[in-house]
Write a new protein. Structure first.
Length: 247
C-alpha cells in the first residue's frame, strides 16, 4: 500500500467551484436585481469570506456544490479498490486501465494489504500473487488473449484510475469510505485524496468525514465501535491509523 499515489489533476477548479457555490446562493435571493449579463458578472465577481463559504458548504442544498468537477488520478491501487469505489455512480465518472488492452506480462505489481505488511503472512501472500501473474504470462505467451488471461489476475493487481466527481460527491464518497468499516486500502486512498482536497480547498472541504465525525454513527449494529474524533484532519487520521506507511 505504501506505493499508492493520488494527485488532483485540476486543483484550480476547487476555487471556481467555491466561487460558483457562493454566486449560486446569492443568485437565488437577488434575481430581482439582475437585469443584464453585466449585473450577473458583478454578482459572480463579488468577494466573500471563508466563513460565508463554509456556511454555504454546510447547507443541505447540495446543488450549490455541483457546478464543477474535480479530477483525481490514483496510481498503484488494487483492482479490488476499483470494484469498491465504482459503486459510486451519481455524478461520478471513472476511467481505468483495461485488462483487455493492457498486457501485464513481466511487469505486474500487487498491493500488499496494510494488515499483512510486515507479518509472517507477507512472503506467502506475495508468492501467491507472483504465481498467479506467472500463469497469466504463460497464457499470453501461448496465444491466449489478454482479456481471457486477465481472469487469473489477483484482486491485488495494481491499477491506474481517474475519478471525476463534483465537490459534493467527493465529500459524500470521503464520508462513506473513510469510515473504519471499509477496507484499509480504500480508507487510505480516500484519506490521501481528502488530505489533498483540504490543502487546495479547506473552505469547501472542511466539513468532510464519516458519520462519527459529523455528530454520531448511523450504522447501528454494523458500527465499528471505534469512532474518529471530530477535530481530526485527514493527516491526523493517516498518522494514527497507518503508522507503518505514514510515519
Amino acid at each position: 500500500m505504501d506505493k499508492i499515489e493520488v494527485h488532483i489533476m485540476n486543483p484550480y477548479v476547487i476555487k471556481q467551484a467555491t466561487d460558483m457555490m457562493v454566486c449560486a446562493a446569492r443568485l437565488t435571493q437577488r434575481g430581482h436585481k439582475i437585469s443584464s449579463m453585466n449585473d450577473f458578472i458583478k454578482l459572480y465577481a463579488r468577494g466573500y469570506t471563508s466563513e460565508t463559504a463554509q456556511s454555504l458548504a454546510a447547507l443541505p442544498h447540495t446543488t450549490l456544490q455541483k457546478f464543477a468537477v474535480i479530477n483525481v488520478a490514483v496510481v498503484g491501487a488494487s483492482r479490488r479498490f476499483l470494484k469498491q469505489i465504482t459503486r459510486h455512480q451519481n455524478e461520478v465518472k471513472f476511467m481505468s486501465a483495461s485488462l483487455q488492452y493492457s498486457d501485464y506480462s513481466g511487469q505486474a505489481s500487487c498491493v500488499v494489504p496494510y494488515e499483512i505488511l510486515g507479518t509472517v503472512f507477507e512472503d506467502a501472500y506475495i508468492k501467491n500473487c507472483t504465481a498467479a501473474m506467472e500463469e497469466y504470462k504463460q497464457m499470453i505467451d501461448h496465444g491466449l488473449d489478454n482479456d481471457s488471461a486477465g481472469y487469473i489476475t489477483p484482486q491485488a493487481l495494481r491499477n491506474i484510475l481517474v475519478i471525476s466527481a463534483t465537490p459534493y460527491q467527493w465529500k459524500y464518497m470521503i464520508g462513506q469510505r473513510v469510515c473504519r468499516r471499509n477496507t484499509s486500502e480504500t480508507r487510505y486512498i480516500m484519506l490521501k485524496i481528502w488530505e489533498q482536497l483540504q490543502r487546495y480547498g479547506h473552505t469547501l472541504f472542511s466539513g468532510c468525514g464519516p458519520f462519527c465525525m459529523q455528530g454520531g454513527c448511523q450504522e447501528g449494529k454494523m458500527s465499528c465501535k471505534n469512532p474518529l474524533n471530530a477535530d481530526m484532519s485527514a493527516e491526523d487520521i493517516l498518522k494514527k491509523d497507518f503508522p507503518k506507511i505514514c510515519g
